[in-house]
Design a protein around this ligand. Structure first.
Ligand code: NAD
Length: 371
């Protein structure tokens, strides 16, 4: 059997980014040593760290490395030191630039509930036990980018703010395909979410997704208005498998869904591009949390969101589903063994450091490998 060879670009960023990335790196090294794949790893600067070194949140050289990689694992960027940077030179521009340059348009946000953390969910345990939903959010179109936009002064001196929701059939089809393909690998159920009752762009969304469903007869499709979806996520979240929606609704619904799991420090995400003619698909994986300047440098951050982002990367970009499951199982085992960083510990309970949580995941990987 030939061992696959994979190129990864690691971009730790700022604040807790390098601390949590160091733990993900240990997991990559473990997988490499156990013969899952050989990894060619490059690490580089983004965000505030890149502003300090090069005056810009991301350089052309880093974008070129991202393009050449099989996948990019991103930490987090930002911090109060760079709050005075002009808007177009802020650390967060690094993510926007990577999305733009690599054509990353589909944001995947899973919301898995780990049994050991079930009490951390604000919902009753019975409602979220076993929850495993995935939100696919269109990330480069819609109302955040549509023209016309701006603030106009009217003849009477008052003002008017304008944003425009625009979706083309092509944009809906490409994000729809990502969602249908994912549903196919999961429980084969897809919910398409819009406001077709009051928005023409929503009506086109519904018609286009309905037409696309003909190519996926094995996936059960239903449609839901976004306001109802918000209500259903709080009322009975387990009814969902994959949800596909626009940039605006996805922004709101994915934050709501992440709270069902109880902690920011546990959630990974992915942003994918289209499959290119050479079969390659650009992709970036990152935790949903930020750089947490309040705890940076203290070895307190929860590294599990970064490690679970790596698991998504292994499954989706490197096509190593067994390795992905191995990592997810090790995370669950560390939690089941009682390890908690401060963010997921019960009030007053003892918590472990970032490094100790990494140790626990590696120990569980070792145990899993010998079974
Ligand atoms: P944040 O996610 O960094 O932190 C919010 C709270 O959650 C903080 O109390 C923090 O300590 C805690 N937290 C976050 N991740 C944690 C982890 N892994 N373990 C334990 N606790 C964790 O959000 P914020 O405070 O609004 O933003 C801080 C900086 O991060 C800002 O500069 C912001 O612009 C940036 N940011 C970056 C990204 C990104 O890189 N994708 C996303 C959001 C915010």
């Amino acid at each position: 059997m030939t061992i696959p060879h994979k190129k990864l670009l690691l971009l730790p960023g700022d604040g807790i980014g390098p601390e949590v990335m160091a733990q993900a790196r240990r997991v990559i090294d473990f997988l490499s040593q156990s013969g899952v794949a050989t990894f060619e790893i490059t690490t580089d600067l983004v965000g505030g760290a890149s502003i300090e070194a090069f005056g810009a949140p991301i350089t052309d050289a880093v974008i070129a490395k991202a393009r050449a990689a099989d996948a990019v694992l991103f930490g987090a960027v930002g911090g109060p030191q760079w709050d005075r940077e002009p808007f177009d030179n802020r650390p967060e521009i690094a993510i926007l630039e990577l999305r733009k340059q690599l054509g990353l348009f589909a944001n995947l946000r899973p919301a898995p509930v780990f049994e050991a953390l079930i009490e951390a969910s604000p919902l009753k345990a019975d409602l979220v036990r076993g929850l495993d939903l995935m939100i696919v959010r269109e990330a480069t179109g819609g109302i955040y980018f549509g023209e016309p936009r701006g603030i106009e002064t009217l003849p009477d001196g008052s003002k008017r703010g304008i944003n425009t929701e625009i979706y083309t059939t092509a944009e809906i089809i490409r994000v729809g395909r990502v969602a249908f393909d994912l549903a196919r690998q999961r429980d084969k159920r897809l919910t398409s979410v819009e406001k077709a009752n009051v928005m023409e762009s929503g009506l086109l969304w519904r018609e286009t997704i309905t037409a696309l469903a003909a190519e996926y007869p094995d996936v059960a499709l239903n449609h839901m208005y976004a306001d109802n979806c918000a209500m259903q996520l709080a009322r009975n979240p387990r009814q969902f498998d994959v949800i596909v929606t626009s940039n605006l609704f996805g922004d709101l619904l994915s934050d709501l869904a992440s709270m069902l799991t109880g902690s920011l420090g546990m959630l990974g995400s992915a942003t994918l591009g289209a499959t290119l003619p050479n079969g390659k698909r650009h992709a970036l994986y990152e935790p949903i949390h930020g750089s947490a300047p309040d705890i940076a440098g203290k070895d307190k951050a929860n590294p599990l969101a970064q490690i679970l982002s790596l698991a998504m990367l292994l499954r989706t970009s490197l096509h190593l589903p067994d390795a992905a499951t191995q990592v997810e199982t090790a995370v669950a085992a560390a939690l089941n063994a009682g390890y908690r960083t401060a963010d997921i510990a019960e009030v007053g309970a003892k918590s472990v450091s970032t490094t100790a949580m990494g140790d626990a995941v590696i120990a569980a990987l070792v145990v899993g490998a010998t079974k």
